[in-house]
Design a protein around this ligand. Structure first.
Ligand SMILES: Nc1ncnc2c1ncn2[C@@H]1O[C@H](COP(=O)(O)OP(=O)(O)OP(=O)(O)O)[C@@H](O)[C@H]1O
Ligand SMILES: [Mg+2]
Length: 236
């Protein structure tokens, strides 16, 4: 079933149209990737989906329900969550407090939240060793883990990620992709935007190539790796 459907959305910044009718479908339980050159409109697409950009045309459906124009904070309880880009953690709060912030709109009991915290710490053992550490003193890679962990604490059904590997050392990038697959296997649908196009395409059941605000190619990720459109996007 299509969990998330983007239908012919248009987004403009003043006179400049950034998205010219972008459509995509993200099936429940899958990993979907959006790849494309700098400025193609990837971030704009994610922001439009999660209510951070106004649509000039088109609509976004989540589980069949029209969520166009619903603000980001109201989408979180509906299960649609974006991992903040650039590792935006609360730098003066501890790791534990940051993770708690992720759950702060949830209404479940303490036991359930504690179980979810355990699950997140199992995915990110490095955070477990650093629960009392101030987030601002974590390494870049650790802050990225925390940003993802915090998003997971809000119990997402669908997670949007904008270049989660940005700035990570190659060793951490491999680990990050393993983690994304793990999170997906736990039942979370993932919509992933990545500069590491080949790695993203390898794990994506479905992928879309965005060029100047338009989808120019789509298909199962691995099948797109050797295409002209992907080469063009990353070699300029
Ligand atoms: N706040 C803004 N004001 C004006 N123009 C913007 C704004 N944000 C994005 N744009 C423009 O919209 C287009 C799409 O930008 P977007 O950030 O979505 O690209 P992207 O595919 O995420 O690129 P990158 O790979 O560099 O992150 C670009 O031409 C960009 O200059
Ligand atoms: Mg971007």
């Amino acid at each position: 079933m299509t969990g998330l459907a983007v239908e012919s959305i248009e987004v403009a910044y003043g006179n400049i149209t950034a998205l010219h009718g972008v459509s995509l479908a993200v099936e429940d339980g899958t990993i979907c990737a959006i790849v494309g050159a700098n400025g193609a409109g990837k971030t704009t697409t994610l922001n439009a989906i999660c209510g951070l950009r106004t649509l000039r045309a088109g609509r976004v459906l989540l589980g069949g329900r029209d969520i166009s124009g619903v603000p980001a904070h109201d989408l979180v309880p509906m299960g649609l969550v974006q991992v903040p880009e650039g590792r935006r953690v609360f730098s003066r709060l501890t790791v534990r407090e940051n993770l708690g912030m992720g759950a702060f709109r949830r209404k479940e009991g303490k036991a359930e939240l504690a179980a979810d915290l355990d699950r997140v710490l199992e995915i990110f053992p490095r955070l477990k060793e650093r629960l009392g550490q101030t987030a601002g003193t974590l390494s870049g890679g650790e802050q990225q883990m925390l940003a993802m962990g915090r998003a997971l604490m809000s119990a997402p059904k669908t997670l949007l990620m904008d270049e989660p590997s940005m700035g990570l050392a190659p060793m951490f990038v491999d680990q990050l992709f393993d983690t994304i697959v793990t999170i997906n296997k736990l039942g979370v649908t993932v919509l992933l935007v990545e500069q590491n196009a080949v790695m993203a395409l390898e794990i994506a059941q479905m992928a879309y190539v965005l060029q100047s605000g338009q989808i120019v190619l789509s298909g199962p990720g691995p099948e797109l790796i050797d295409t002209e459109a992907v080469r063009e996007a990353y070699l300029g």
